[in-house]
Design a protein around this ligand. Structure first.
Ligand code: MRU
Length: 393
């Protein structure tokens, strides 16, 4: 997408030295646009853990490039394979909820494992990282093509007045390589001239909504209003929301949706008010091995300082202020799970389906029955990573 008229992806290899990966460091947005250069897998692991990059698709793409950087570092190690396995474990340990992370690492291990010489492994890792990034961008673009149809339909009923979409957190292009998931239909609608307005949930504690979603919608010229996290239910009760569109960090093959903390409450309010609740995701965010999202999806708990402090821009500087009493305990659950029965539809790169096993597997039949084994299991058998449980029917 464009930043001040220039096209950017969120992550890319340096044009003249592909051993350097460049990424937009999101910790400084919306006040400063900073590009970071990453040279080692350790630096990439920190960038993911400390959320210089975040969002399901981008975490996957960053892990893909991280594995490529690991092949460069492993060339001088006594055992290339051991070094690579350590790098995979280091990257996997950064963040637990977004399934794209493990998916990208496993895909890399599989392709690197099939190559012979060190040079071939490095070339393969680079190409695979590029493929993961290209696919992410393309799948998000297609999500926009499918999802815009829903907005077109809503627009017909609004006879010229804007369609009001509420979104939570940042499932925009900053959360992916380009386009975004939940925002992709919104950008597509805006680009074809459909009047649209977005209610942007602030999304405490890290404020990905007010900082990132608001910034990228603004850069693209999409009308939007930032609201406090608890405002959505009130707006829905008063007819000010036509649809909710959110992203996901992991969705089970049965349709349970893990997304940024607070999503579940929006889904409940949407259900109570008869408002459609859509989840947009590329197939890399499906977990084909987990049936029960509530019991089985690992929920990240982050440091209490993210709740205790807020940061912002003051007199040309980024400053942090304490917002809670010094003596209060704070808890920071990163995600919640919205059960499938609250989800109206899933918008994927292959089309829109219902949030249930049958409908999902109709779009992705290669994951039916025995074909649900993924790269993780195969790589695990080769001894490079832990194997994951195969799906139980
Ligand atoms: O903690 P984050 O910022 O990495 O959380 C991810 C998210 O941005 C959201 O949960 C998003 O809605 C889904 S990721 C496309």
């Amino acid at each position: 997408m464009n930043v001040r008229g220039q096209h950017y992806r969120t992550i890319w290899p340096n044009e003249t030295d592909s051993r350097v990966i460049q990424l937009i460091d999101q910790r400084f947005l919306p006040h400063r646009f900073v590009i970071e250069e990453v040279r080692t897998v350790g630096e990439m692991a920190s960038a993911i853990k400390e959320m210089h990059v975040r969002g399901a698709g981008l975490i996957g793409a960053a892990a893909g490039y991280g594995m490529y950087l690991a092949t460069l570092g492993a060339a001088s190690a006594s055992s290339f394979d051991d070094e690579l396995a350590d790098a995979a474990a280091q990257l996997k340990a950064t963040r637990p909820t977004a399934v794209n992370l493990a998916w990208a690492i496993e895909r890399q291990l599989k392709s690197i494992g099939a190559a012979q010489s060190v040079e071939e492994k490095q070339r393969t890792a680079f190409n695979t990282a590029q493929q993961i990034a290209d696919e992410d961008a393309e799948y998000c673009r297609r999500i926009g093509e499918h999802g815009v149809e829903l907005i077109r339909r809503l627009s017909k009923e609004k006879i010229g007045t804007p369609v009001n979409v509420l979104t939570h957190c940042n499932a925009g292009w900053l959360a992916f390589v380009d386009h975004g998931s939940a925002t992709s239909p919104i950008y597509a609608a805006h680009d074809e001239g459909i009047p649209i307005h977005v209610w942007v949930d602030e999304t405490r504690p890290r404020s990905q909504g007010s900082k990132l979603t608001a910034w990228e919608l603004g850069e693209h010229g999409v009308p939007h209003t930032v609201i406090a996290d608890n405002a959505g239910g009130h707006l829905m009760q008063h007819g000010k929301v036509d649809a909710v569109m959110v992203g996901t960090d992991r969705t089970t093959y049965t349709g349970d949706v893990a997304n940024k903390i607070g999503t579940y409450l929006k889904a409940l309010a949407a259900k109570d008010n008869g408002i459609p609740f859509y989840v947009a995701l590329p197939s890399s965010s499906f977990d084909w091995n987990i049936r029960d999202g509530l019991k089985e999806i690992p929920i990240e708990e982050r440091g209490s300082e993210e709740v205790n402090y807020a940061d912002g821009w003051h007199n040309g500087e980024q400053v942090e202020v304490r917002v809670t009493p010094q003596t209060s305990a704070a808890a920071n659950f990163g995600f919640d799970v919205t059960p499938r029965q609250l989800v109206t539809g899933l918008i994927t790169e292959r089309g829109i389906c219902e949030a249930n096993e049958e409908s999902i597997l109709q779009l992705f039949p290669e994951h039916r029955g025995g074909s649900t084994r993924n790269a993780a299991d195969e790589v695990g058998e080769a001894g490079l990573s832990e194997s994951r449980p195969t799906r139980r029917e």
